[in-house]
Design a protein around this ligand. Sequence first.
Ligand code: ZN
Length: 483
Amino acid sequence: MKVKQLCISSYKPPVQSQNWAQSLFLNLYRCNSQQISRHLHRLKVNKVVKGGQSFIFGEEKVGLAVGVKGSCYNAGGEVARRARQYGFGTVVLSQNELNLKETSQVISGLIQANYKYKLLGDVAQEKQQSDENNDQYSYIQELHVQENIFEDPYFQQLVQLAQIKLYARDLANTRQEGTPQFFINEVKKLFKDNPNVEIQILEGKQLQECQLNLFYAVGQGSIHPPTLINLTYRGNKNSQELHALVGKGITFDTGGLHLKSYGHMENMYLDKSGACNVLAAFKGAVDMKLKVNVTVTLGMAENAISNTSYNPSNILKSHKGLTVEINNTDAEGRLVLADCLSWTQATYNPTTIVEISTLTGSCKAALGGNTGGLFSNNDKLSQELLEIGKELQEPFWRMPVTDEHQDMMKGKFADLCNTGKSKICGASKAAAFLFNFVDDKIPFAHLDIAGPKESKTDKGIYPLGATGFGTQVLLKYLLNKQE
Ligand SMILES: [Zn+2]
């Protein structure tokens, strides 16, 4: 969707619609205001539609009056749905009672909900054709806003953040085509000719040669070689600071020999969401030419089942040198991440590390589908991320890592084990495991998005499928780190 500056005197509806009525005129009001009832009276509205925390008060072909209460983002999401329902390709924000911040959030929500994954690969062409003939899939193509909003930096930033989140969804929603090789191709396509971006790739046996044995073991059962992708962008050559992002990219998680059961495996193409969000945030930082130095590491592997899969009981030596006994092959994400974290530190000695992953069902059990878990060794970094998340409606909740959790992850025959014996506090135990691979002196945050990675309903700011939850937090974090 293109966001344009509206010039009402020269505004022309898009070519495909030859009359004004096919552009949707959007009027945003505060809830319960006098104006909205006057407006509704004028439109002769007889229907009140309730959607999310926003209330859409009425519509006819000429316009939509939206009373905004609660989340501005969700109100925007409902606008997108309503526009789609009536097949409006163009939306013009004409009346507006909200302030700049609220308006920006409504439009961010509108962009986030105005999304459908375009299939890639073999099945794509046929399907796309049938979609194009189907009105149900007409999405907003253009949004026009007044000059004072269009030129506002907060507005522009929210639009950029929302758009980059859609790219994260494009990556995460890939199915069988979303292999480690797909991600190699993608980063080459994006950055090969960019002199400000360095690309490093360790593929298959190269991981073993560099002692990333945990990472290699997770991917060794797949025909798609496990791959570490590292990208470094130096936007501020005068600064010594370098911020690292690390993402879990399990392209499909069968659980390995501890095979997942029916009902628990079908959406496991989304187990790469962390890496997808990191790649998207990195692309955002490069596109926006941020004055910040950033290195990102994506741990891409398929946890497959075959005669070469790694076994429970294996004792493996990590990149850091700590040995790990495998209790459960389905606790693979932490193995990939452990080596990615330790390799990133050894290679770059970064100033801070933020890692994001769909790590534990336990985190989803604790926090549900709208909130991510945050674990950190640093109060300041935690606070920073919590505040950004709240502002952007990608909320996180801080959870503990205690000595109790650390003790549970000690191995009997090795330094560590990968799940521990008891079935309790899985999210904190996973975080405790990762803490072993990070230098205490480096501010580190682990973000567990196992809950909010996916939307199972078309509601609020999320359509069905991958949400991209956390992408905006990562990019805004980098925006704030500019010197
Ligand atoms: Zn798993």
